[in-house]
Design a binder for this molecule. Structure first.
Ligand code: MMA
Ligand code: CA
Length: 213
């Protein structure tokens, strides 16, 4: 093609030859223009793609920071919630020589009273010394204690399964046989204060939570 153009003396042949040559040129330049357009399009697309990628990376970074902040906040709020829960739970507890005590302000059956204590991470009180017996009497309330002979009539046991060795029954108690299988503080006399009563009776109750200091 170049060779032919370099020979100007050679007159363009009339007719088809000339037409063929000029349409060939037109096609080539059209192709060139198309290529250019395609290239421009590709460059624009690549540019847009890269820009998009950067924007997305930035957004991902922002979202990650936001997520970390939210996770931190959730942790803080969880701690706060636990603290408030613990405070509201422990605020009525009294601490006496190795145990925390909670006395209820409502009445329940022995079983439901025990359930409440267990929910508080404790159990109905186990009276294991004169000092503890005196302390439980200071509330001047009829309170369910962790004592029952439901398993074997006449064999009184504490809620931890240990047998009742020292007792502080009121005069004439226990007298309920099979009808009265749960123990409670009845009079506030330190020496003679317990009664056996039907477990379904509603009484206040006292929970004990032991701890090792
Ligand atoms: C009386 C007495 C107790 C008995 C209860 C049952 C109020 O005390 O007989 O021994 O357990 O009644 O409610
Ligand atoms: Ca009784």
């Amino acid at each position: 093609m170049e060779m032919r153009r370099m020979r100007p003396k050679e007159a363009p042949a009339p007719g088809t030859k000339f037409v063929k040559k000029s349409s060939y040129r037109a096609a080539v330049s059209l192709l060139g223009v198309l290529c250019l357009l395609l290239l421009t399009g590709l460059i624009i697309l690549a540019f847009l793609f890269i820009k998009d990628k950067f924007q997305m990376e930035e957004e991902v970074g922002n979202l990650k920071t936001e997520r970390d902040q939210l996770q931190k906040r959730v942790e803080e709020l969880t701690k706060e919630k636990e603290m408030i829960f613990r405070q509201s739970f422990m605020c009525n507890w009294v601490n006496v020589s190795g145990s925390f005590y909670f006395t209820s302000s409502e009445k329940k059956s022995w079983q439901e009273s025990r359930q409440d204590c267990v929910q508080r991470g404790a159990d109905l009180v186990i009276i294991s010394s004169q000092e503890e017996q005196n302390f439980v009497n200071t509330f001047k309330k009829r309170l369910w204690i962790g004592l029952t002979d439901s398993e074997t009539e006449g064999t009184w046991k504490w809620v931890d399964g240990t047998p009742m060795n020292t007792s502080y029954w009121n005069r004439g108690e226990p007298n309920g046989d099979k009808k009265e299988n749960c123990g409670h503080i009845d009079t506030y006399n330190s020496e003679n204060s317990w009664n056996d009563a039907p477990c379904s009776i509603l009484h206040f109750w006292i929970c004990e939570k032991r701890y090792s200091p």
